[in-house]
Design a protein around this ligand. Structure first.
Ligand code: CAA
Length: 258
């Protein structure tokens, strides 16, 4: 399917979605977000896709929600239209793993989109920020919530209140990103991680994603019980028998998602 604001490539079980509004540093307007939700929904349905990467350009992952689109809107428009809720829901509904490969600016909605993904691999040029305060507003797609859970209150308050940017090194130290790599190696690194995930049993992969996401929703005892029951349920799968047999027989497992 052809899109206007994103490029989609499916290769080797990996669906790579590239945000593609270069003139606006990939600012997230509603059309782009709808296309993204549609492409992710298609990737979820496509049995060939086992992992998803969302990326942008070298200069910008995304420089935020589209300020030009928002500038004319009133409270009634955004409240009654529930701005960004269906778009965020479409992303958060995806059960397959999503890696954000971030180079350059990931600001406002761009940082928030990266945080909606399961983990972030950053290039050494990445800059994260929630500069909405400079526009007389505040984060609206999770910047005060997911960022606080990921980096703690001190850094989240600092970034949300001052609007300062965090470079890749600080983001890795703070726990916002899982790895930092040279800019030119970003896509190779993200693809390498996606390939590793694609080799696993999709049952394990999707259950792990669900369990990790519960960690910031539930009290620890409930979350560990949720994890334990999912773990138990895997003993009903062929992939559990195969994975353990392969280890004992010193060979590579052949997972069949069964
Ligand atoms: N929305 C719309 N257009 C944007 C944009 C955005 N968020 N960010 C950049 N652009 C556009 C610029 O207007 C400019 O377009 P023109 O050439 O037509 O003027 C083009 O992209 C290039 O941008 P700059 O000339 O500003 O590039 P720069 O290299 O000098 O600066 C930047 C880069 C620091 C990222 C700067 O563009 C910037 O500060 N952007 C805005 C960042 C921001 O405030 N993001 C938060 C948005 S609000 C939000 O996201 C709300 C939410 O949580 C849901």
């Amino acid at each position: 399917m052809a899109y206007d604001s994103i490029l989609v490539d499916i290769d080797n079980h990996i669906c790579t979605v590239r945000l593609n509004r270069p003139d606006a540093l990939n600012a997230l307007n509603i059309d782009l977000l709808r296309e993204l939700g549609k492409a992710l929904g298609e990737a979820q349905k496509n049995d060939k896709v086992r992992c998803i990467i969302i990326t942008g350009s070298e200069k910008a992952f995304a420089a935020g929600a589209d300020i030009k689109m928002m500038s004319e809107k009133s409270f009634t428009d955004v409240f009654m239209g529930d701005l960004f809720t269906p778009e965020e829901d479409a992303i958060m509904r995806i059960r397959k793993p999503i890696i954000a490969a971030v180079s350059g600016y990931a600001l406002g909605g761009g940082c928030e989109l990266a945080m909606m993904c399961d983990f972030i691999i950053a290039s050494d040029t990445a800059k994260f920020g929630q500069p909405e305060v400079n526009l007389g507003v505040m984060a609206g797609m999770g910047g005060t919530q997911r960022l606080t859970r990921l980096v703690g209150r001190a850094k989240s308050m600092d970034m949300n209140l001052t609007g300062r940017f965090m470079d890749a090194e600080e983001a890795e130290r703070a726990g916002l990103v899982s790895r930092v790599v040279p800019c030119k190696k970003l896509i190779d690194e993200a693809t390498g991680a996606a390939k590793k995930i694609a080799e696993k049993s999709m049952i394990s992969v999707m259950a792990i994603k669900e369990a990790v996401h519960r960690s910031d929703q539930l009290p620890l005892s409930e979350a560990v019980l949720f994890e334990r029951r999912l773990f138990h349920s895997m003993f009903a799968t062929e992939d559990q028998s195969e994975g353990m047999a392969a280890f004992i027989e010193k060979r590579e497992p052949q997972f069949r998602d069964k």
